[in-house]
Ligand binder design. Structure first.
Ligand SMILES: Cc1ncc(COP(=O)(O)O)c(C=O)c1O
Length: 421
């Protein structure tokens, strides 16, 4: 980047602190005795974290749920990986590519809390989850359970197996404001029959940010002999958990969301005992059914993305999972608590600590979600996404660790104007 361009953009982003992993480590080290909850509210501190990102100043980005902008230290390392691989060409691909990818998978397994022989890197969450949905030994009359609030691509894959094999789909609807975990567990339990072969559950529903009680749902399903696939696209590196503790059978996630890996990265976890029974989406010559790598064939893909996983994990670990989660929840509760009692405002997300974190959805009675999205951008320079299906009518609001309180105050002010006009 040209020095002049950098200085201009940096000034616009309010950069004062140094950029880089050492600077980040020093920042968090200076707060090591401060609790995650107290630090979450320290906006002066988080402004220094913001300086690790290069951000547009034309609008406030509340659509980090699609793709988390990569912080500068990760971006620089990613660009260096692209240069290095290009220098070596096929030599890289034929010698260390696979070994490096497996090393990245092992690092991810450590963060995710599972065996390194139970996790493969995929190109995104869709690929991870679709491997499991398409890869079951489906028979006509088998049943599968999912929710209408689940992500569209997975619902499409379930529909494809229904059309192809005669699988019967049972869809539940998750309430936006459940009274208890048991209400959610019963909802899924009531959809199960002796014919149910697979149940998919979102760890964090993408349109609302609602966190579901996965551990309790898995325990219930296992009592009935049903395998559980968890869609963790929004949960991984956003909230803290270990996959082993959830005790699910399969877990798929994106890494370009909350882990802030460059675009085109995800992983699939398959509990060891299930590996041999899954059909791969892309054929692979590995004859050992118990080796999860046979689910990992992709053809040629950009390996620099794989290498950046390690850099993104370093950034995440330096920040600390607990501090990140606390900041994300603080940001969400900051704005929801200021608007929830305004006339016409509908918060479509449960805001209790155990049921949501950084993401929440808001609607305004009398304004369609798409009109709300457009007006937020045009009148207030706030970028969001409209959601208008299932029981959710509103805009999804996804801040990031770099979101400032000033950004949220602009949003709260905008909602006040629109809700009371
Ligand atoms: C809940 C959920 N599942 C799956 C996906 C698909 O993720 P990807 O784009 O990484 O395939 C998304 C993407 O937003 C999502 O929100």
């Amino acid at each position: 980047m040209k020095k002049r361009t950098f200085i201009k953009t940096a000034a616009l982003s309010g950069i004062g602190a140094s950029i880089g992993m050492d600077a980040l480590a020093a920042l968090f080290d200076s707060k090591k005795n401060v609790s995650a909850e107290i630090l979450a509210a320290d906006d002066v501190f988080w402004k220094k974290i913001r300086s690790q990102y290069l951000l547009k100043t034309d609008y406030i980005n509340f659509e980090n749920g699609y793709y988390n902008i990569i912080p500068q230290p990760t971006l620089e390392k990613y660009i260096q990986h692209i240069r290095d691989i290009n220098l070596h060409g096929a030599y890289y691909m034929r010698t260390v590519q696979a070994e490096n990818k497996n090393r990245m998978a092992a690092k991810l397994a450590e963060v995710a809390g599972c065996g390194s022989d139970e996790l493969v890197i995929t190109r995104n969450a869709t690929e991870a989850l679709d491997i499991i949905i398409a890869g079951q030994d489906w028979k006509a009359g088998d049943e599968a359970v999912m929710a209408i609030q689940d992500y569209g691509s997975m619902l499409d894959m379930f529909q494809q197996v229904a059309n192809r094999y005669g699988v019967v789909l049972k869809k539940v609807s998750v309430p936006n404001h459940p009274k208890s975990d048991e209400e959610i567990v019963s909802l899924y339990e009531n959809a199960l029959t002796p014919k149910t072969k697979l149940m998919m559950v979102s760890h964090m529903i993408n349109i609302t940010g609602h966190i579901l009680p996965i551990k309790k749902i898995c325990a219930m399903a296992h009592r009935k002999g049903v395998k559980v696939l968890v869609d963790g696209a929004h949960a991984f590196a956003h909230i803290q958990y270990k996959i082993k503790d959830l005790d699910c059978d399969y877990y798929g996630t994106s890494l370009h969301k909350w882990m802030s890996v460059p675009l085109g990265s995800g992983f699939l976890y398959v509990k060891k005992e299930n590996v041999a029974t899954v059909w791969p989406l892309i054929g692979d010559g590995n004859g050992d059914l118990s080796n999860i790598l046979r689910l990992n064939h992709t053809g040629t893909h950009p390996p620099a993305t794989d290498l950046a996983i390690e850099d993104a994990i370093d950034f995440y670990n330096t920040m600390g999972a607990e501090k990140k989660e606390a900041r994300m929840r603080y940001l969400q509760q900051y704005w929801t608590s200021r608007v929830k009692d305004l006339p016409n405002i509908m918060i479509n997300t449960p805001t209790e600590n155990n049921r949501s974190c950084g993401i929440a959805n808001v609607g305004i009675k009398g304004i369609t979600p798409s009109a709300l999205e457009k007006r937020l951008l045009k009148e207030h320079k706030i970028y969001t996404v409209a959601i208008d299906y299932a029981n959710v009518q509103g805009c999804r609001i996804t801040p990031n660790v770099f979101t400032s309180i000033e950004d949220l105050d602009v949003f709260v002010g905008a909602l006040k104007i629109m809700a009371t006009a």
